[in-house]
Ligand binder design. Sequence first.
Ligand SMILES: Nc1ncnc2c1ncn2[C@@H]1O[C@H](COP(=O)(O)OP(=O)(O)O)[C@@H](O)[C@H]1O
Ligand SMILES: [Mg+2]
Length: 457
Amino acid sequence: MNWPKTLNILKKCLKNFHLASLLAPTDLRIFHIFSQYLGQLNLGALVIEGKTKAVYDIVDSPGHVLLQNKDRITAGDGARAHDMVGKAAISTATTVAIFELLTNAGIKTHFVRQESDTSFVGIKCAMIPIEWVTRRIATGSFLKRNEGVKEGYRFSPPKQETFFKDDANHDPQWSYEQCVAAKLEVGGIQIGPHELDIMARTTVTVFEILERCWAALDCSLIDMKIEFGVNPETGEILLSDVIDSDSWRLWPAGDRRLMKDKQVYRELAEVTPEALDTIKRNFEWVAERVKLLSPKPHARAVVFMGSASDMPHCEKIRDSCKLYGVPCELRVSSAHKGTDETMKILAEYEGEGIPTVFIAVAGRSNGLGPVLSGNATWPVINCPPLSGDWGSHDIWSSMRLPSGLGCSTVMYPEAAGQCAAQILSLSDHIIWSKIRAKQLNTWIGLKTADRKCRKDK
Ligand SMILES: Nc1ncnc2c1ncn2[C@@H]1O[C@H](COP(=O)(O)OP(=O)(O)O)[C@@H](O)[C@H]1O
Ligand SMILES: [Mg+2]
């Protein structure tokens, strides 16, 4: 064995996992020993290699794969392809930030963790060979396929299209019915209407979430392509592959001329080193901004309870807020018996300038909510802990308000947390994303329960 050469390759392999495939079997064994020694992954067989990345088994973690990005840019089903040093790291940074954002929102994805500058670990999936495209604005290939439609036409809800992944035939568009007719067998399940409906709805939800997030940075997400895989161990459909500057059209300030995506590469009359450099800088611009899409929450709910005995009710409100990522503080203050304290606490919260929804919890005669509402500029939600005997009478003290007040009333603590989250989501896209993803998961849960109940018949 040529030791210096082997060591050299090993070092490179540890930096770029995909080079491991160049090693001879003996060297590969040494690579694995080296990897373990240095706390690196022990890579197994190459599962699949595509145009922009290679996917490897991970020896010690059978259900997982390493997705290794390449320094390569391609377009037109690979007809145009160039090396671009640094692209793998830029793509990885973008994909990792986007998948963390989506996973945190509640979307089910294959993403596990970032492994290196140029790679990440995902759940090993059997991939569904369909590209799922969502469009807000008509542009590009849509205009060619739909003669007469003007560029800029706005789809509401977003337009959803499917393309069969087949480079040799230029990824033909498939209708819903064609997708059903194909009866694709993937990861132990057949892809039928149930699975297609779930993917279609997830696709639109993912688009809406990323559109809303980019809007916070004054960038318009115009359209986007994603892929799904099946986790063969659970049969679950997961958002897979990558989402990076290859996946979407992104127009800063909604201006097509400022586009920061791969379209710039597609449209080049001639691919010069300078043009490739501009594209790389665009991608870097995106990778840096993508990190700003997940800011810490700048919103909160504050629950005022008239008595500490209301604590269990208020804890349910706090749990509900948590589901939506809304920080929630609990305070004890009676507007009847400690009016000065109630006003002082209110002034402290309003003075901090963090957008806040106040939730008033007071049994019997609810003076707390209306008093807060009469003095606060921010929204107040009454959520009285209703007692069985007097509940239907007590509720009127929250609802029959003096003129000039605008507090609302909900009966259930879960609803109070959700209502606060929905108000705060007006200015916080992360909270909004969690609400959207939760609605999707509820919809999928109902649809799956319906199918089970029909199967059980
Ligand atoms: N979690 C996963 N498990 C297994 N394969 C995956 C996973 N995510 C993506 N892939 C597959 O990795 C392959 C390589 O990616 P890529 O280079 O983008 O290929 P392509 O040129 O086919 O688009 C694709 O076939 C993609 O479907
Ligand atoms: Mg691909």
